[in-house]
Unconditional design. Structure first.
Length: 355
């Protein structure tokens, strides 16, 4: 018994790379707060982080206050790095924000700490985004060796595997060995045509859709998306950071979103690994998929998972459509990402067919 082609889709979230050495969102926040408080003074930064202490405190407390106003008191509403950057991105627009005419005055304390033109908000955001590249760039990828098990799984599956990643790192790229990984580049320029599979001709093992960009991507002078084998040579990595900006109306992001919607609607089993269901764009597409097919299952692999939150976000037709494994991504990928185990999740009449 085997799953048919494109009946299994994999979605990777930040939690999938934690054991490879990529810090979680909360660890990033802790790092920023240590720098701002003066507890951690990194010589290489050459940034006077303490200058942003009052501004940071104001923004953080305001965000937490907004959670309370919306009755969001669960751990999933916690302040995190993406919510911080998201807020900074909105505030830095200042008078150019389309809601500005409806706001008579900026918060007095905000102007006091951010400057009349909110210039310190732009500075703080720039420093944090620059830190991001360092956070997600690791020198030694040996701890990410568990990603190599995706190739083992692909061989068991016997079809090209479609992996959608919300991460910027290179963990999968570094551990595919001799397998054929398709990321969409031809002569170092990205093209959607590389994701078109011609039956019986394509020898692709894994199609990797990096939905939020990659630390080794950048735009050339003609705005073409290109890449470098050496991350240190990338001065302005092509990344989307902040939940409000993840659905971009340019390629490859628009194409990736369209592909994600298409393949999740066709799938019988969607496996999310290390995804905490904090991205409304992704959640809405998963929700649409699972509600369009009552036989579809979503297997959620997430350490310290909140079952109530996941069910609320996905709102399945039937409760048993959601299967939650509260475990580390590394353990699942190494021990349980196997066709024989996954076949037990769906009875034959619900999408598993003989080869």
């Amino acid at each position: 018994m085997r799953f048919n082609k494109d009946k299994i889709i994999i979605l990777l979230g930040a939690g999938c790379s934690v054991e490879a050495g990529i810090p979680s969102s909360m660890i990033m926040i802790n790092d920023i707060e240590a720098l701002i408080s003066g507890e951690d003074k990194k010589e290489e930064d050459k940034i006077k982080w303490e200058e942003y202490k009052e501004l940071y405190s104001l923004i953080k407390s305001s965000i937490i206050y907004s959670f309370g106003l919306n009755n969001k008191f669960s751990k999933n509403a916690n302040f995190n790095i993406e919510k911080l950057v998201d807020t900074l991105s909105e505030l830095e627009k200042g008078q150019s924000h389309y809601l500005y005419p409806f706001i008579e005055h900026w918060n007095k304390e905000l102007v006091e700490h951010a400057g009349r033109k909110l210039e310190k908000i732009k500075e703080l955001k720039k420093h944090i985004v620059n830190k991001l590249q360092k956070w997600v760039t690791i020198k030694d990828y040996s701890n990410a060796n568990y990603y190599s098990k995706f190739i083992r799984f692909k061989n068991e599956y016997t079809h090209a595997l479609r992996v959608f990643s919300l991460n910027y790192d290179l963990c999968l790229e570094k551990h595919v060995g001799n397998a054929n990984l398709e990321t969409g580049f031809e002569n170092k320029k990205w093209t959607w045509r590389k994701f078109e599979e011609i039956e019986n001709i394509s020898n692709t093992d894994i199609y990797l859709y990096k939905m939020h960009g990659s630390i080794n991507w950048e735009r050339d002078k003609d705005f073409n998306l290109t890449y470098s084998d050496e991350v240190v040579q990338i001065s302005n990595p092509e990344l989307i950071f902040g939940t409000s900006y993840k659905l971009q109306y340019t390629d490859p992001y628009l194409f990736f979103a369209t592909e994600f919607r298409k393949f999740t609607l066709e799938a019988q089993l969607i496996i999310t690994i290390g995804y905490a269901f904090g991205d409304e764009h992704i959640n809405s597409m998963l929700r649409q998929s699972i509600r369009s097919n009552s036989k579809m299952k979503i297997l959620c692999v997430l350490l310290n998972s909140d079952e109530k939150h996941i069910h609320k976000e996905l709102n399945p037709v039937k409760v048993d459509q959601i299967i939650i494994k509260d475990m580390k991504a590394k353990d699942f990928i190494e021990q349980e990402l196997k066709i024989d185990d996954l076949e037990q999740l769906l009875p034959p009449e619900e999408g598993i067919f003989p080869t």
